[in-house]
Design a binder for this molecule. Sequence first.
Ligand SMILES: Nc1ncnc2c1ncn2[C@@H]1O[C@H](COP(=O)(O)OP(=O)(O)OP(=O)(O)O)[C@@H](O)[C@H]1O
Length: 295
Amino acid sequence: MKATIIINPSSGKEQALEYVKKAEDILSEQGYHVTVNETAKELDATQFCTDACKECHDLVVSIGGDGTLHETINGLMDQEHRPKLAVIPLGTVNDFARALQIPLNPDQAIETLRSSNVKTVDMGQLNDQLFANVIAAGSLAEALSSVPSEDKSKLGAFAYFRDGMKELMSNSASPLKIEYDGEVWEGEAPLFLAALTNSVGGFESMVPDAEVDDGLLHCFIMTNLNMFNTLTAGLSLLLGNLKGHKDVIYFTAKHVRVSSTEPVKTNVDGEEGPSLPVDLRIIPGHIRVVVPEEA
Ligand SMILES: Nc1ncnc2c1ncn2[C@@H]1O[C@H](COP(=O)(O)OP(=O)(O)OP(=O)(O)O)[C@@H](O)[C@H]1O
């Protein structure tokens, strides 16, 4: 059996390398021949994962934040052989791990490598790339993409909170056209979100109905922009009951197209994504993820 470890040494307050040896030992104990690949720059994780697919590896382990995971899963795109995936979360948010009940403590997450429990999980497709968790569009999404990574390391989720609140208070909205499964919504909105899992931005009850294998994109449009409503919607967003807010439209779909008459950026799995228009689809059961025995 062959396994590839993909590790971003700059993630997790730069403690990532400490965890590699432990992961390697557990995998070797289980009879894996292990290759370790350290990322040095953007898209290295994608290339390492594509190589693992081509070399018919049985398992790919992503050690890093949601950005590293996003790049890793993109290496599975269009591959005939797709190895199982294991995730050791070292980022600020770690939505994918939260949704799959993978421990956020890296030492405990590494123990998951011993588990025989494998879950089949949906992926999202955005234009020609895959995403694992969430896509956001609008001025709020843009503000979150620009949180500097030193702030993320120092302040954790608070860095997002601070910048998100600043943006919500500024009341800037974008004209959005959202076409989904034969319906159309058009209007001004500071935020559109499409989530695959229950956890968004680290809030695990944000999308309580979302299951990792339900074959649906769970979509939210934040609409009303007066100061009070924006603030309460912002709090709902941050406290995790967005669906119930009166200025939030919620729907599920399998195919969504989001466009705008203005230049609007997106945020994909926590990193800056392409500008609108974007085409979103769900790919049911695309990957197999190693999860804790009891998950
Ligand atoms: N050696 C490296 N040094 C700096 N950046 C890297 C390196 N390797 C990869 N990267 C880039 O860093 C980005 C962010 O990585 P990742 O998400 O793993 O860490 P993080 O910023 O700590 O996590 P989070 O975004 O969840 O807080 C990746 O998308 C990748 O492009």
